[in-house]
Design a protein around this ligand. Structure first.
Ligand SMILES: C=C(N)C(=O)O
Length: 135
């Protein structure tokens, strides 16, 4: 039975509900969906590009708090309120993920908490150390 523990960091928005920022279960880290909130002010970023960057920066901060990095991401799910923004995600996501890229699912949704334009979550495999990733 793998050990399970919660990850918590002030470098990403605090959980605003009944969930943890991330849960490590054995060699797998499940990152909760991140909204584009500045962790210091808890205010929403303005505009889709700023929101995309903030979401991935927040996921990166939680990954680091788990002793990992986005280089170990094996699955990412992106939720967008406007499918027109998918092209911006593709344009900017490469600043945070490197080949071989994680598997990804992108979905358009009717609405997100706080009126956000984007939310994303991720699964990291600690077995996939950056050194093990074949570039
Ligand atoms: C922001 C979230 N991850 C939530 O409300 O579930």
């Amino acid at each position: 039975m793998p050990s399970i523990h919660a990850i918590s960091t002030a470098d990403a928005p605090s959980a605003s509900g009944i969930y943890s920022q991330a849960i490590r279960a054995g060699e797998t880290v499940y990152l909760a969906g991140q909204l584009p909130l500045d962790p210091a002010s808890m205010q929403l970023e303005t505009g889709i590009d700023a929101q995309i960057h903030r979401v991935f920066r927040n996921l990166d901060a939680v990954s680091r708090a788990a002793g990992a990095s986005l280089a170990q991401a094996v699955k990412v799910t992106v939720y967008l309120t406007d499918p027109e923004h998918f092209s911006r995600v593709n344009a900017l996501m490469g600043e945070y993920f490197f080949q071989p890229y994680p598997a990804r699912t992108s979905v358009a949704v009717a609405a997100l908490p706080r009126g956000a334009l984007i939310e994303a979550d991720a699964v990291l495999s600690l077995a996939a150390s950056p050194a093990n990733k074949e570039i």
